[in-house]
Design a binder for this molecule. Structure first.
Ligand SMILES: *[C@@H]1O[C@H](CO)[C@@H](O)[C@H](O)[C@H]1NC(C)=O
Ligand SMILES: *[C@@H]1O[C@H](CO)[C@@H](O)[C@H](O)[C@H]1NC(C)=O
Ligand SMILES: *[C@@H]1O[C@H](CO)[C@@H](O)[C@H](O)[C@H]1NC(C)=O
Ligand SMILES: CC(=O)N[C@H]1CO[C@H](CO)[C@@H](O)[C@@H]1O
Length: 314
């Protein structure tokens, strides 16, 4: 206990030392997402009960809707599926550009909710896990682990004491050694995810990746402390003024340049699978996950993202 104090003081100094200013490099709103991102009609490596569709199919079925300052990404909520179908139609978008050191700010009005849902906003390289993975927003079955996680190859871990408002779920980021759990941090407020996030009108998620640290923040829509550069999506931002992140991943025992390569930005919505399916019953959801997803399309009427904008700074 005694030793923890000076460590905390040092760590909080480190946040302001590592904060930096950035200029905007990409700004996406409404229809911009259709040209900046690719819809990937691929099979889900995490075995979800999902059928990712192409952009033309998504637009034709209104699963992807882009207009004005709105991007809606949703799952089909009308079709009853049979066991032989591939899964519930949904979308997975991946940015065409890749980024190394950068900041992203996602202005999200609504995220998918419902039993069986597993939405994620995240970043990953072409060679997993050697290029690393940064999960910015992720959760399952409306539970609010409101979690951010790193997944890497061997040799990347987080110190037990860090300057963050969230709670660590594990310090070893090595996917192979942790049964793919990685090193996660849970946000301090339940409203950071799922139904309570949506009731609050959503908010902003921001991630800063430098060669020395990865930090994640969120601010709910009506929070009194939203930094003005985040609120306004300013052309230049200064992360030094953003306060303590909820998740702080320093390079103390993890060489970030070695474990993280160039990343694409990804938004996806899957169902059941390795995480949502495994904890479906213990999360209080009815029956069996695959059957529920197949037979209850109307249960997914709120399984959608509504994104106001995305800005990327370098
Ligand atoms: C969707 O996102 C989850 C969470 O990051 C990921 O584990 C899963 O592999 C993704 N599925 C696809 C097909 O991208
Ligand atoms: C498509 O979705 C948008 C957003 O939810 C909605 O406003 C619009 O009416 C839908 N279009 C059709 C043809 O259903
Ligand atoms: C960024 O903010 C920090 C902390 O308020 C301040 O010291 C620094 O001068 C700012 N940087 C710029 C370029 O404005
Ligand atoms: C509902 C809820 O609050 N979920 C979790 C959000 O994260 C914190 C940990 O930081 C958990 O204690 C909560 O249970």
């Amino acid at each position: 206990m005694f030793a923890a104090r000076p460590l905390l003081v040092l760590a909080s100094l480190a946040v302001s030392v590592f904060g930096a200013t950035y200029s905007i490099s990409d700004s996406h709103v409404g229809k911009d997402f259709l040209s900046a991102f690719t819809h990937q009609a691929i099979s889900d490596p995490t075995h979800g009960r999902v059928n990712y569709v192409s952009q033309s199919t998504a637009l034709a079925n209104n699963l992807t809707f882009a207009s004005g300052d709105t991007l809606i990404l949703r799952a089909d909520d009308t079709t009853v599926l049979s066991a032989s179908d591939a899964g519930r139609n949904s979308v997975r978008l991946q940015s065409k550009k890749t980024y190394t050191e950068h900041v992203t700010i996602w202005n999200i009005r609504h995220m998918p909710q419902g039993c069986g849902t597993w939405p994620a906003v995240w970043e990953v390289g072409s060679d997993w896990p050697n290029d690393g993975e940064i999960d910015i927003v992720e959760g399952v079955n409306d539970q609010t682990p409101n979690q951010s996680t790193l997944h890497t190859n061997a040799g990347c871990s987080m110190p037990s004491s860090r300057t963050q408002t969230g709670t660590s779920t594990g310090t070893n980021c090595d996917s192979a050694a942790t049964n793919n759990a990685g090193c996660g941090v849970q946000a301090p407020q339940s409203a950071s995810y799922g139904p309570p996030f949506n009731s609050a009108g959503g908010g902003w998620y921001a991630m800063e990746r430098t060669d020395t640290s990865i930090n994640v923040w969120y601010w709910l829509r009506n929070a009194g402390n939203v930094p003005s550069d985040v609120l306004n999506g300013a052309a230049t931002i200064n992360t030094s003024n953003w306060g303590e992140p909820f998740a702080d991943f320093p390079n103390t025992d993890c060489d970030i340049t070695e474990h993280f390569g160039a990343h694409n930005l990804i938004i996806n919505l899957t169902f059941c699978g390795d995480w949502a399916g495994a904890v479906y019953s213990s999360d209080g959801c009815p029956g069996d996950c695959t059957t529920y997803v197949d037979q209850n399309p109307s249960a997914f009427s709120n399984a959608y993202f509504d994104i106001a904008w995305l800005k990327i700074y370098e």
